[in-house]
Design a protein around this ligand. Structure first.
Ligand code: ADP
Ligand code: TPW
Ligand code: MG
Length: 578
């Protein structure tokens, strides 16, 4: 530029480089290693998704936000990084909220990022487009909730969200980004400086030596010890430490559903097939990342027998201790650190549990396994749950690195017991709430995050909650094989309306062809009626990696009400005169 030109316009050569809210959000996520976003586009985040994709982030667009949220949640469980779900304001936000609440309940780290409408209008309730006070609504359903109003605070907002999601007990975090934020402009250099890379997002938390000694003292005095592994143990990825501790101690272990596979279900110390015996008869129980909630009968009552019991509990959340019963030796810390500390105490003086205890467990296991075996081998049509699951059990035995997604009632409870798992974090299911609808979201999330083949074993009702995502599976060409246990309904397909007017409340269209849904989007649909056909179809799907839906005809009379938890159903005591 000439001297004269500069005199006329002195700032012309100092062209200021600018950035905006869109770019800052993307840069903040990338800086923190976030490489995938699950969501549904629309005002005001359509361009955020487009630009994130252009910047190399993988953006997976769903048909419904709940499924995107579930994909993000399971990504969090599988990777220990928060899964990101991106939604539009009000209705999209609400659709994603169930997944956020479910993630928090299950201790999965995820961040729900929602666009929102103009604060000035929302707060005066003047009827903005998709008006809703989203921050206030999200707060009670997640671990932490933040809103960013200034572009210069995006870096801090994203950093706080990440740290809140993964530190301590992991959970869901809500991040509210109002529409106006995205087009706010600031100096690019100042913008870059405002970003924060989260250092040591989930710091190790070491248990106090005195707490470790207390736990070891209780464990050493045990006559009939038991280790219960929960999904916190699977999440911690302390696979080696846990395996070594279990094997060196010789203590039998019982895996909760999503902890199956940390040690193989076929491991000689597994007490999976003797669950009721070990819960009743153990005198000392070491809980590793498992809560004494309804899934463990709150640590008391008939399930746990009459003999006095002592509980040792490893958990990162101090408030979990004594939540249901007294914990005589609380070990607050991360599972890797706690197990390593206990392991140091399994020294020369350690005495493995008596053969009286382990022998009794083995006898019970063998009896239960022998009783089950013939049921799994039947090759009949129509199939019942056992014969169909017998085939799928073999599939997972032959393909232990495949990921099993599972939901339904009978389809869930029986698959959990029958299908042995061999590797950690390969079984993903309805979790703490027993929520239907995680199926396709988890399947997509698992396939995207791991690149491994996914086998989704779905009750016909359960599948319906997220079934439209078969289009997403086909669109992204994911190696997902869905098997629908089609028993024509919820629990069974045999209910009727006593008045004769409508279908029974729990039944669906008889012999529905769910396989045709997959064909509609270019995937493979198969209809099978025998275990042999089922096994062949699954093998073919998994060998090819082509999105496949196998409609497996199950005897409509085979299931029981609410699967294994029928006792939780309230019963009417009033008999109506007819
Ligand atoms: P399950 O349903 O398999 O019994 P829960 O979801 O009830 O398991 O329990 C998981 C527990 O694990 C939660 O209480 C959570 O605080 C804890 N947890 C999660 N991650 C860790 C970790 N890294 N270290 C210690 N505890 C953890
Ligand atoms: C969000 C209640 C629990 S299990 C289930 C429902 C509707 C479906 C069972 O039928 P399915 O399985 O899947 O065909 P099967 O093999 O026994 O026939 N809404 C939500 N979550 C839950 N848990 C329900 C409803 C329920
Ligand atoms: Mg069903």
């Amino acid at each position: 530029m000439s001297a004269i030109a500069q005199m006329i316009d002195p700032v012309a050569d100092v062209e200021q480089e600018l950035t905006d809210g869109f770019h800052l959000v993307i840069d903040a996520l990338k800086l923190n290693g976030i490489d995938t976003i699950y969501g549904v586009p629309g005002i005001p985040i359509t361009d955020l998704g487009r630009m994130a994709q252009a910047e190399g982030i993988r953006v997976v667009s769903f048909r419904h936000e709940q499924n995107a949220g579930n994909a993000a949640a399971i990504a969090g469980f599988l990777t220990k990084k928060p899964g990101i779900c991106l939604t539009v304001s009000a209705p999209g936000f609400l659709n994603g909220l169930t997944a956020l609440a479910n993630a928090t309940t299950n201790c999965f780290p995820m961040i729900l990022i929602s666009g929102s409408s103009e604060r000035e209008i929302v707060d005066l309730q003047q009827g903005d487009y998709e008006e809703m006070d989203q921050l206030a609504i999200a707060k009670p359903l997640c671990k932490a909730a933040f809103r960013v109003l200034h572009a210069a605070d995006i870096g801090i907002g994203v950093a706080r969200a990440i740290r809140a999601a993964v530190s301590g007990r992991p959970g869901g975090v809500y991040l509210d980004l109002p529409a106006k934020l995205f087009s706010q402009v600031m100096d690019a250099e100042a913008g870059a400086k405002s970003l924060v890379k989260v250092i040591d997002a989930a710091p190790a938390q070491l248990p106090a030596p005195s707490a470790v000694k207390r736990a070891l003292d209780v464990l050493k005095a045990a006559k009939r010890p038991l280790i219960i592994l929960g999904k916190g143990a699977a999440y911690s990825q302390a696979d080696e430490e846990i395996r070594t501790f279990v094997e060196k101690s010789g203590i039998p272990f019982l895996p909760m559903s999503m902890a199956k596979g940390i040690l193989p279900d076929t491991h000689p110390q597994s007490a999976g097939a003797a669950r009721s015996t070990v819960l009743k008869d153990a005198d000392v129980v070491l809980l590793v990342g498992a809560r004494l909630n309804w899934l463990l009968s709150h640590g008391k009552g008939k399930t746990w027998g009459d003999a006095p019991k002592k509980f040792i509990q490893i958990d990162i959340e101090p408030k979990e201790m004594d939540s249901n019963v007294e914990i005589v030796a609380p070990l607050v810390g991360d599972i890797g650190s706690c197990i390593s500390a206990l392991l140091a105490g399994i020294d020369g003086s350690w005495q493995a549990p008596s053969t009286e205890w382990t022998g009794a467990i083995n006898a019970r296991k063998e009896a239960n396994i022998a009783k089950m075996a013939p049921k799994l081998m039947k090759n009949s049509a129509p199939m019942d749950f056992h014969s169909a699951l017998g085939a799928l059990r073999t599939v997972i035995k032959e393909r232990p690195d495949a990921i099993l997604v599972n939901e339904g009632a009978n389809t869930l409870d029986l698959a959990r017991g029958i299908i042995d798992m061999y590797e950690p974090r390969k079984r993903l299911d309805v979790g703490t709430w027993g929520v239907m609808g995680i199926g396709m979201g988890f399947a997509v999330g698992a396939a995207v995050e791991t690149g491994k083949p996914v086998l989704a074993v779905e009750g016909d009702s359960a599948f319906g909650f997220s079934g439209m995502e078969v289009e997403t599976i086909c669109r992204y060409n994911l190696p997902v094989c869905i098997v629908i246990f089609n028993n024509n309904g919820i629990y069974r397909g045999t209910d009727t309306d006593p008045t004769g007017r409508d279908p029974g409340t729990t039944v669906f269209v008889k012999d529905s062809r769910y396989d045709k849904m997959m064909e509609a989007f270019g995937g493979v649909g198969v209809h099978v009626t025998t275990p042999d056909e089922l096994k062949r179809a699954v093998d073919k799907a998994m060998d090819s990696g082509v999105p496949t839906l196998i409609n497996a005809a199950i005897d409509p009379a085979a299931g029981s009400e609410s699967g294994n938890i029928g006792s939780l159903n309230p019963q009417s005591v009033v008999k109506k005169k007819s």
